[in-house]
Design a protein around this ligand. Structure first.
Ligand SMILES: [Cu+2]
Length: 107
């Protein structure tokens, strides 16, 4: 392999690895029957982590308009993580408490 081919291969590997390195995990806190922040803006490939900071109450994360399974019930200090590979607007709610809502904007 000559030097130029080597550079092309290194460049290819780098361009494949960079998007994964750039992916971030954002946190949504569940407290007082609210998702905080209620609206989040993330990039495609990023993940969200919901953390239940209630003292006693359990909640869940349910994307009703998508064909995704509801999260397990999150008891205090439990968390749930999900990645969002595709751009779009994803409204969600809490399974047991339909009035608790949030929206994920994936750019
Ligand atoms: Cu709830």
């Amino acid at each position: 392999m000559n030097g130029r081919q080597w550079l092309v291969i290194v460049g290819l590997i780098w361009s494949l690895a960079l998007p994964a390195l750039g992916a971030e995990t954002h946190e949504v806190v569940i407290q007082k029957f609210r998702f905080e922040p209620q609206e989040v803006h993330i990039k495609a490939g990023d993940s969200l982590r919901w953390v239940n900071r209630e003292k006693r109450q359990h909640h869940s994360v349910l994307f009703e308009s998508q064909d995704w399974p509801e999260s397990d019930y999150l008891f205090p200090e439990d968390s749930y993580e999900k990645s969002f590979p595709a751009p779009g607007v994803y409204p969600y709610r809490c399974g047991p408490h339909p009035e608790m809502t949030g929206t994920v904007h994936v750019e």
